[in-house]
Design a protein around this ligand. Structure first.
Ligand SMILES: [Zn+2]
Length: 232
């Protein structure tokens, strides 16, 4: 492993020294031929394994809601092996399917929320070297396409940085960093163009989501100015 990732501060807990390079968006979300140049960050062993646990679940379950051809390919090639090896996961997938309507899937809200917070923290460091320490907090909301105009108004804030990325046509994200405080970041993400039964209350009250919104910042700052979509 290169020096770039070792002996730094873990970007997820912002506390422990890093021992590994972590892919911010797990490689397993992408087809094998599309895994080059994915963002990596320094991480400690504990955060890395906790995040892997969430990724194992979500890389299996998210493709079921995917409209994207790679999600279909993923379902046909990689998922059956994963499910076959893991009985508990297989049950979770079956439950999600049974309780779903249409093409959407039901997802464990805690796991979903936790993974997207990890991803936002990873991207904040990867793009702007922002460490979100214990004074910071993160909020997650999911919205359907119909709710996008509401969210776009949030993206009107004065920003010192703004980024839009498309990882292998699979994972889209847009991020903003405020002028001050620097830890104030806002993210909009979507995976496989997947539509899922929103695990978290949506902005438009719609239970179907395809966009995940994450807000990070100093806890004190966020609590007093929390936009409506993050209130539940
Ligand atoms: Zn850590």
């Amino acid at each position: 492993m290169s020096k770039k990732y070792k002996g730094k501060t873990c970007v997820y807990c912002a506390q422990e020294p890093s021992t590994t390079a972590d892919h911010v968006v797990a490689r397993e979300f992408f087809l094998k031929q599309h895994r080059d140049n994915l963002p990596k960050v320094p991480a400690c062993g504990e955060c890395n394994s906790e995040k892997s646990r969430l990724e194992h679940y979500l890389t299996t379950i998210l493709p079921f809601g995917g409209q994207h051809p790679d999600a279909q390919h993923n379902l046909q090639t990689m998922i059956p092996k994963r499910i076959h090896r893991n009985m508990k996961l297989r049950e979770e997938v079956l439950q999600s399917m049974q309780s779903s309507r249409g093409t959407s899937i039901q997802i464990d809200p805690e796991k979903f929320e936790s993974l997207f917070i990890y991803i936002a923290k990873g991207l904040a460091w990867y793009h702007w070297e922002i460490l979100l320490n214990s004074d910071c907090t993160a909020r997650v909301a999911t919205i359907s396409d119909a709710g996008i105009p509401l969210v776009n108004s949030l993206f009107d804030m004065k920003a010192s940085n703004h980024i839009e990325m498309n990882l292998c046509q699979t994972f889209f994200y847009e991020g903003m960093q405020a002028n001050a405080p620097l830890e104030l970041t806002l993210w909009k993400m979507s995976m496989y163009n997947a539509s899922f039964v929103s695990p978290i209350k949506g902005a438009d009250g719609n239970q179907f989501g395809s966009q995940v919104i994450v807000l990070t910042g100093p806890s004190k700052y966020i609590q007093s100015r929390l936009p409506q979509i993050f209130k539940s």
